[in-house]
Design a protein around this ligand. Structure first.
Ligand code: FES
Ligand code: FES
Length: 153
């Protein structure tokens, strides 16, 4: 089985995994970074979203052999204390999550959105967040929290 040296949350981590193993499973099952969630496995829900060189990607669709030297950021790496990133602060202030299952993916998608568009329009927010599903229907509060981040940046 090949061994991969991966840049994850600013650290170099080694993972022994089949070349075609999705990054999602490398994170969860090999590296024990279980904040990234499995929802659908087919790029339809966004639960598994992480950043690859600052861009939001679906980790269920990214084979470990294609990660290379890219910088991967997971929800565990958004801030060191798990609370001080502006997105985390806004989520807490607005009280966004219900069951919480989709929220790591939502927050990482927002991080990718704001890397791309620091002051996104409503249209950009709508289209970038459309693929992140929430069975609990927290969409209104997600939008409020995104506005909070933008207003305070
Ligand atoms: S688990 Fe990857 S998009 Fe649903
Ligand atoms: S908060 Fe429950 S699925 Fe989104």
């Amino acid at each position: 089985m090949p061994s991969y040296s991966l840049n994850i949350n600013g650290k170099t981590l080694t993972a022994d995994a089949d070349a075609d193993m999705p990054l999602l499973w490398v994170l969860r099952d090999v590296l024990d970074l279980t904040g990234t969630k499995y929802g659908c496995g087919v790029a339809s829900c966004g639960a598994c979203t992480v950043l690859k060189d600052g861009k939001a990607i679906r980790s269920c669709q990214e084979q470990v052999q294609n990660v290379g030297n890219a910088k991967i950021t997971t929800i565990e790496g958004l801030s060191e204390d798990g609370a001080s990133h502006p997105i985390q602060k806004a989520w807490e202030k607005i009280g966004v999550p219900q069951c919480g299952y989709c929220q790591a993916g939502q927050m990482m998608n927002v991080a990718g959105l704001l890397n791309q568009y620091p002051k996104p329009t409503d249209e950009q927010i709508g289209s970038m967040m459309a693929g992140n599903l929430c069975r609990c229907g927290t969409y209104h509060r997600i939008k409020q929290a995104i506005k909070e981040v933008i207003d305070n940046s």
